[in-house]
Design a protein around this ligand. Structure first.
Ligand code: SF4
Length: 353
């Protein structure tokens, strides 16, 4: 696997982003931010789901003013998402751990200077978030909504901050399709060493968003690009974290929890494998120890897979085998197999923490 691109390490609260820090997964609340109780509830749900940090929209002053109370009730690092109004950024900067804003859409230099000063005072990083759908007019006219336009916009916004001697920056370049997203990140990567926040934006419902994000972010992660990420799903908050972690795991950038190998089933199957795998997945979701397990519908491929798995199960006619490190440790009736398998997985996880 390719080495990760060597990026500058910055901190969003106590979470490091870039350098040798683990690639973090983040999401965004959809509550009215000024509704403190609803926003805190969503942030805590994301925390429970495994998010490393969370972003909240700050479109009005009442949202910015709610941030103090929100911050007091949550422990995940908080990012304020600001567009156009520098006063919102100044208020938010008193409470949050990172500001997302693009200097280009604030306009006046003195206002950008004030935001940068406020961020410097509290050691807050800034995310420049380029979105293909809202490029500055000059880049939109020159390049259209292309990867080149996104990169030009990012460089323009980076320069604004660098000219103010501010370099605690992370950058996102999101388009709503995979190709432009991947092209833009690849194009910008060699031009600086700031950490990248990856994402395909407005990616759709869970089915499509998962596929687009897995292709786009998976490609970039395999290239060694990416320091933090958000999966954009029209759906529930927890799904974004679940999909994000799965993409990190399957691209080899996160060693955590079970890698479940299960067969697609065929006419040789003699058990209800679909139910069994779903149950295994549900009952082992809490395990953090990295391990490979296989759950196979018959002995045809099960023995081969079991050789590479830490714990394996091979269903047969009315019974099945449990294997640990390729060795058969028990033969049990089908009704006892999942319970015994989960117990072995938990034991292995405990012994190999
Ligand atoms: S392991 Fe057995 S049941 Fe599963 S796909 Fe292979 S041959 Fe079919």
């Amino acid at each position: 696997m390719k080495e990760r691109y060597p990026t500058k390490k910055i901190y969003v609260g106590d979470v490091a982003v870039g350098g040798d820090a683990p690639i973090s997964v983040q999401s965004m609340t959809y509550s009215d931010t000024a509704d403190v109780a609803a926003t805190v509830e969503q942030i805590n749900r994301l925390h429970f789901a495994g998010a490393d940090m969370v972003r909240v929209a700050v479109p009005q002053m009442e949202d910015a003013l709610a941030l103090q109370q929100i911050k007091e009730q949550v422990s995940l690092p908080l990012i304020a998402d600001i567009h156009f109004n520098y006063k919102l950024a100044l208020e938010a900067a008193k409470w949050v751990d990172c500001i997302r804003f693009n200097p280009g859409n604030i306009g006046e230099k003195s206002r950008i200077k004030e935001i940068v000063k406020a961020c410097k005072e509290r050691n807050l990083p800034i995310r420049i978030g380029v979105n293909s759908g809202s490029l500055e007019k000059e880049f939109d006219q020159k390049y259209g909504s292309t990867a080149e336009g996104m990169v030009a916009s990012a460089e323009y916004n980076i320069k604004y901050l660098e000219d103010l001697d501010f370099t605690d920056i992370k950058i996102s370049l999101k388009a709503s399709d995979v190709e432009r997203t991947v092209d833009a990140y690849r194009m910008l990567r060699p031009k600086n060493n700031y950490p990248f926040h990856l994402g395909v934006t407005e990616a759709g419902t869970i089915f499509h968003a998962t596929i687009k994000s897995a292709i786009g972010l998976g490609t970039l992660l395999l290239d060694g690009i990416g320091d933090t990420m958000r999966i954009s799903i029209t759906g529930e908050l927890e799904e974004e974290i679940k999909v994000g972690k799965a993409i990190l795991k399957d691209s080899g950038r996160l060693q955590e929890g079970l890698n479940i190998i299960s067969c697609p089933t065929c006419g040789r199957i003699e058990a209800d494998l679909v139910t069994a795998v779903a149950e295994v997945e549900r009952r082992t979701a809490h395990i953090k120890t990295p391990m490979d397990v296989s759950v196979m519908g018959c002995v045809v491929n099960a023995i081969g897979e079991a050789k590479h798995a830490d714990v394996a199960i091979a269903f047969g006619k009315g019974n099945g085998l449990i294997m640990v490190k390729g060795e058969v440790i028990s033969k049990l009736p089908e009704s006892q197999l999942v319970d015994a398998f989960v117990a072995e997985v938990e034991k292995f996880a405990e012994e190999n923490k």
